[in-house]
Design a protein around this ligand. Structure first.
Ligand SMILES: [Zn+2]
Length: 192
């Protein structure tokens, strides 16, 4: 319980820190959000999206799950995507995986764990198809595959018919040095 109490104390200190620098900080954020980016990342505690790109609240609209996997029938993800594209009109969708991902490792090593096995089935299929030599190679293959899946989704196709956004990027994060690497970028304006 002490650890949980500490969270609340840290929150007070964090809020005070912002309010001391800019008394209107929270009121301005409360007026509404207009993020430019939908971030699709892994649930891993070591890859906090806002922190690794040094961004402030209001920058990223975020969806996270184990191994940043996109399923075309995942209602949770699809509602996030639809809201981000149709209402927030984000200009960029970033799929960010990370090396040494536990979810990808489970798929790579064929670890049996009912729900996780089911959830990572599509990553297992990528392993069968591409025969990667390492977990990290499969991480990269999977990020690129998620970008391809995004490109085929109706809400994205619909947005591209109306304009030149969103652009879709595939990145991977390195736990060992804190750096992001660009793997792929799909710009519909260039591809039209
Ligand atoms: Zn992960």
């Amino acid at each position: 319980m002490e650890n949980i109490k500490k969270l609340l104390l840290e929150n007070k200190a964090w809020a005070k820190g912002h309010a001391d620098i800019d008394p209107a900080y929270f009121e301005n954020l409360a007026k509404g959000q207009k993020p430019d980016i939908l971030w699709i990342g892994c649930a891993d505690s070591r890859v906090p999206p806002d922190e690794i790109i040094n961004s402030r609240p209001g920058t990223l609209f975020v969806h996270r799950n184990i191994a940043n996997i996109i399923h075309a029938n995942d209602e949770n993800f699809l509602s996030v995507l639809e809201f981000a594209i149709r209402f927030l009109k984000v200009r960029y969708v970033i799929v960010c995986g990370h090396y040494n991902c536990g979810g990808v490792q489970a798929a790579f090593e064929g670890i049996e764990n009912d729900r996780l096995t089911h959830w990572t089935e599509s990553v297992r299929e990528l392993k069968e198809k591409h025969n990667p030599k390492s977990i990290n190679e499969l991480v990269e293959i999977s990020v690129c595959a998620q970008v391809e899946k995004l490109k085929s989704l109706p809400v994205i196709q619909e947005a591209w018919k109306a304009g030149e956004y969103p652009k879709i990027l595939g990145w991977v994060y390195n736990l060992h040095n804190g750096l992001l690497k660009e793997l792929t970028l799909y710009d519909p304006a260039v591809s039209k």
